[in-house]
Design a binder for this molecule. Structure first.
Ligand SMILES: [Zn+2]
Ligand SMILES: [Zn+2]
Length: 135
């Protein structure tokens, strides 16, 4: 089964024919703002596996100065994917549908978590910062 995803209003949707990898939840202050949440939930995708089904023209890209970007639906504000130098890099797990066949495998930058967040006691490894192996 391919992995599918869509935004809150449903105008933008995508299909991934391969697998996601390196699913992580980042608790840093940048991710809290970018994901409007206590942490990110994000997994990497191979660009050749990813295609937009609908609403590509509704995407707005916010690119920060290191070449990393986020693409969101300009109608409803859902952030669907991350880009690197203009190419798809990963997807936000919150916009996937059904079971994307991956689970979060790391909490990262937990030393920078929000004072109002209680870290989950879910057995998933927690890293103070970015683990060296992570791309
Ligand atoms: Zn939308
Ligand atoms: Zn982060």
């Amino acid at each position: 089964m391919p992995i599918t995803g869509s935004c809150f209003c449903g105008a933008v949707s995508y299909t991934i024919k391969g697998r996601l990898r390196d699913a992580r939840s980042c608790h840093c202050s940048n991710c809290r703002k970018a994901f409007s949440a206590q942490a990110s939930a994000y997994a990497l995708v191979d660009p050749e596996d990813f295609s937009w089904n609908s609403g590509k023209d509704l995407l707005t890209t916010y690119e920060s100065n290191n070449g990393a970007g986020l693409q969101f639906c300009r109608l409803c504000g859902s952030t669907l994917c991350g880009t690197h130098k203009g190419e798809i890099h990963g997807v936000t797990l919150g916009c996937t549908e059904g079971n994307p066949e991956i689970k979060l495998s790391m909490h990262i930058f937990v030393s920078d978590k929000a004072p109002w967040e209680t870290l989950p006691n879910d057995g998933v490894p927690q890293y103070e910062e970015r683990p060296p192996a992570l791309s």
